[in-house]
Design a protein around this ligand. Sequence first.
Ligand code: ATP
Ligand code: MG
Length: 573
Amino acid sequence: MRYSQFLIPTLREDPAEAEVMSHRLMLRAGMIRKLAAGIYSTLPLGERVIKKTAQIVREEMNRAGALEVTLPFVQPAELWHESGRWNVYGKELLRLKDRNERDFCLGPTHEEVITDLVKGVISSYKQLPVNLYQIHIKFRDEIRPRFGVMRAREFIMKDAYSFDVDEKGAEESYRKMYDAYCRIFERLGLKFRAVEADSGPIGGSFSHEFMVLADTGEDVIVACTDCDYAANMEKAEIQAPQAAPVKKDDFNELQRVETPQMKTIEEVTGFLNVDASSLIKTLVFASAHDPVVALVRGDHEINEIKLKNLLACDHLELADEELIERITHAPRGFAGPVGLKDVEIIADLGLQGRINFVTGGNEKDIHLINVNINRDFTVSRFADIRCAQEGDSCPRCGEKLTTTRGIEVGHIFKLGTKYSEAMQATYLDAGGSSKPMVMGCYGIGIGRTAAAAIEQSHDEHGIIFPEPIAPFSVIIVLVNPTDEKQKQIAEHLYNDLLAQDIEVLLDDRDERPGSKFNDADLVGIPLRVTVGKFAVKENMVDLKWRKTGEVKQVAVDSVTEAIAENLRKTNFT
Ligand code: ATP
Ligand code: MG
């Protein structure tokens, strides 16, 4: 490809709206442009990166025996009623009506469509197992679209769905996908980790997320320093503390203290001169059913996902001011468990074996000290409802846990029979009886993966593409296109590389050499060949590696072979 005939609208300045590096660099390198919040066009350079990412995913899905299909983006509401998700999916589901006032939605995921399809075409155990996938558009009306294509509203996903005759088969399909995902992210040249994950609204019994390690990641990964336990913070279990039984003799007298204007943990602990671990945070939640109250220690954070799973409810959110007042009879900041009536109180395990707590007094500007469980209030149940923290004990081996950040690029779920039962996707077994198919589903965000690669690999000059998804393997910078000799050498080299099927961009633009070099660095092409005066005088060119900055002088005649050799080394498939 000739640069002069390609379209790479690079930007010199950092775009103000971009919060993370990958977003900034994708805009600056002319890969994407925004149309509306979370909705992007992909330009030619970006398209090459996306296509390459998708192709690696496709090859590995095919290798694992999955079959490619294309499923409709616009989906009829009836299917979502059948699965029971029309009313619970929430606002991420963009709903619309056709000209006949029939309800449809834009597909945020395709369990309904695929289950309906498979139910119509598969009836016998002889046709199973099957795994169908597509690489196609999804729409999710994200509450906070941000970071460019990383959290977009319209985005490309690879989604696969497996159907098996039984649990054992489904586990085998799951394992195949797990292995395929490891190969995919290895081939993409990413530093990643598979972690245990929450199954969220898709449902199902267990799941893993594939996380690209990056400080700017939205997810927190909890990992053991000793064994191989790793989980998303949303899911990470806490080893139940070995709490000694409390001695009632050690209970101090309950007291009411004035704490004017003191609402935060810091204000209250500072004022009363106590440690945050002896304070109880009382959190009121509105749920799909009745409100609930959750208690965690002042030095712990509530884990809303765990609480939601515990309550088995689809909807849970922190109460607004009005609900807090209704439950506690006090403004926000002064809630406490003592005296609460007609509401379920769930306490975190971290409160067990401890005494003489500080809590809100359910009265404006009042806290209580020396509050004790079972003397001053009772809880309906104790459960693990807090977030794991650095230094907590590993739930598997007891060693210390650490936390890092990651970007979730892939997610695999074992679904079981949730959709096949709801939608009657059954098959006849060898004995002629009808059974629900056992399903799994497996997603990879294509744009998010490409963005994560950039997040993980860049410097102050721009993107450093891993070779497998680089838009071109080589860029030839023709320093002076008006110099016939330079031009001849560059053209010759360009044709040689093309003849070897090496993807090359020839920068033949009539621009200052400095800006050509800057653009080459910005768009992150792994190898740069400079054809300038030196090439004409000495018959030598500079070969520069974008990643290391290493420069080698190579004879014009042997440069194609040197490049081909280098690419053979980096492509290990
Ligand atoms: P998140 O927690 O980040 O919202 P999710 O759990 O909703 O992700 P899945 O439903 O598992 O995501 O979707 C599979 C994959 O699709 C994700 O692993 C991610 O790579 C990608 N993906 C999900 N939402 C988005 C989005 N808004 N923009 C881009 N990619 C996305
Ligand atoms: Mg999501």
